[in-house]
Design a protein around this ligand. Structure first.
Ligand code: BG6
Length: 486
């Protein structure tokens, strides 16, 4: 069941740890996936006793699992957990940490550091860990997982990389994009390259365009400060949506080996044409949600009201049009969109095929839709004759298959990625070149958007895509799908 190891969790009292990481580790323990001797050392800024921390963990699990867990599993899990108070800037605290980890004999010296902290603390923490000899692989492995975002633009990503690579080899750095931990995302690659019927169609000869969508019904919530310094383009497109695009459009990797997969993704990302900034309005669209109605929350405030600043031009809706410059994709528009406070939630890839010499002219086309969430499914839309006397009456028939069925293992993306971290599998983590390629693409748009202080287009919370976003489409018969289903 794997070797002994220690997971050191910086930012353990933050939201991500509370909602995903600690409950995720518990779930892994419950399903027998954590090595017996694995220990978890949680790090927060405040000084609290181990017992107080253990009570906090119990509270998190009670909320997440509605108190439905077995006592013996809970006891086993809680016995793995310890707490250490450590300000990121305090060298003394790092000395104590090092002493605890390396000299007390209580912890395995195979150590993974999970940095779920403010991006501005990444370098400082890595420097301090290095200064206390906590990153040297002398017979034991040492790994560092860096939460997203890796930098806030190309320049800062390069700086961060320069800074941490003074102490860490590439094999020790785990740059997270939690979408890569979603099994539905890995399925894109598997579906493409394990079904011979798809490959002949997967190119500019048959594909009209591709849409990559992430719609959320939630708003920004309590993250207004973070969000207002980030925006949808940085928050979602630079990372999750470009990864979805890479998996959808990349060439077949030589093998499933992490290096081979990452090599093809990098090649694809680097072959996307830069967005023509002199025609930005035809290639990028942004908007902000205004007040409206959410299905689950009723009447909700607009972004500017939540923020308390009506001058902000930060987008909660971002859409881009991209073109890939290679033999397979030349001339095929790829549309990416992400938005908060939409009418419904859905993350999916939709591929529209060209209409070729149809016997009966319809305005409908074939679509292939790979849905990531809320349901995991693949469906194909074909045109069939409506029964009856009229031979020219066609309708759309949906051939749908669920990619997840009752009884399939459920494992959260963060759980998958924490297991990968502990077992040393980097294939679902980002290579620095992927990060750089993604920043290179979005940076110029962000720069333009930040400069333009005109009021940003408003869409009412709970509505669909703003019709104004049509401006980025190449052809008048192209527009967003309303949902996974139509
Ligand atoms: C995060 C973004 O990376 O992904 C959030 O910072 C977003 O703004 C979230 O809501 C979406 O993740 P998921 O897994 O719920 O689709």
């Amino acid at each position: 069941m794997g070797e002994n190891s220690t997971l050191v969790l910086f930012g353990a009292r933050g939201n991500l740890a509370k909602i995903k990481l600690i409950p995720g580790l518990f779930h892994l323990d419950e399903s027998g996936k954590l090595p017996e001797g694995m220990k978890i050392l949680s790090i927060g800024r405040q000084k609290i006793e181990d017992d107080v921390w253990k009570a906090e963990i119990k509270e998190m699990l009670d909320v997440k699992f509605k108190k439905k867990y077995e006592k013996n599993v809970f006891d086993r899990f809680i016995a793995r957990n310890f707490y250490h108070a450590n300000e990121p800037e305090d060298p003394e605290a790092f000395k104590r940490l090092s002493n605890k980890l390396l000299n007390s004999g209580d912890f395995s010296k195979n150590i993974a550091f999970f940095l779920s902290v403010r991006p501005s603390d990444f370098s400082t923490i890595v420097d301090q860990l290095a200064a206390e000899n906590l990153l040297k692989e002398d017979g034991f492995w040492k790994r560092v997982l860096i939460e997203k975002p890796f930098g806030t633009n190309l320049e800062t990503a390069i700086e961060l990389q320069k800074s941490i690579s003074r102490h860490l080899a590439e094999t020790q750095i785990y740059r997270i994009d939690h979408y890569l931990g979603k099994s539905a995302l890995q399925n894109i690659l598997m579906t493409r390259f394990n079904n011979a019927i798809l490959e002949p169609l997967w190119n500019k000869n048959y594909i009209d365009h591709i849409q990559i969508t992430n719609h959320e019904t939630l708003g920004v919530g309590e993250r207004t400060t973070f969000y207002d310094s980030t925006g949808a383009l940085r928050d979602m497109i630079q990372s999750h949506l470009l990864q979805m695009l890479a998996l959808t459009a990349m060439e077949k990797p030589a093998s499933l080996n992490p290096d081979d997969i990452r090599k093809e993704k990098i090649k694809l990302l680097e072959s996307i044409n830069p967005i023509p900034i002199n025609e930005i309005e035809k290639n990028a669209f942004r908007a902000q949600y205004s007040k409206g109605t959410s299905n689950s929350e009723g009447n909700v405030l607009g972004y500017l009201e939540e923020l308390g600043d009506d001058k902000s031009v930060v987008e909660t809706y971002a859409a881009l049009k991209l073109f890939i410059n290679n033999e397979r994709w030349n001339g095929v528009p790829i549309y990416l969109r992400t938005a908060k406070r939409m009418h419904e939630a859905g993350t999916y890839i939709s591929i529209k095929f060209k209409n070729k010499d149809d016997l009966v002219k319809t305005d409908k086309s074939n679509w292939l839709v790979i849905s990531i969430q809320p349901r995991e499914s693949t469906h194909f839309e074909i045109q069939t004759k409506t029964p009856g006397l009229d031979d020219s009456l066609m309708r759309t028939t949906r051939l749908e298959g669920l990619n997840r069925i009752d009884g399939d293992e459920t494992i959260d993306s963060y759980e998958t990625l924490m297991l990968d971290l502990m077992s040393g599998n980097q294939s679902r983590f980002l290579h620095i070149d992927e990060v750089k390629a993604a920043w290179s693409l979005v940076d110029p748009v962000i720069v333009e958007w930040v400069k333009d202080k005109n009021k940003v287009h408003q869409y009412p919370s709970g509505s669909g895509d703003p019709i104004e976003s049509k401006i980025i489409f190449e052809n008048p018969d192209q527009f967003w799908r309303k949902s996974i289903n139509n």
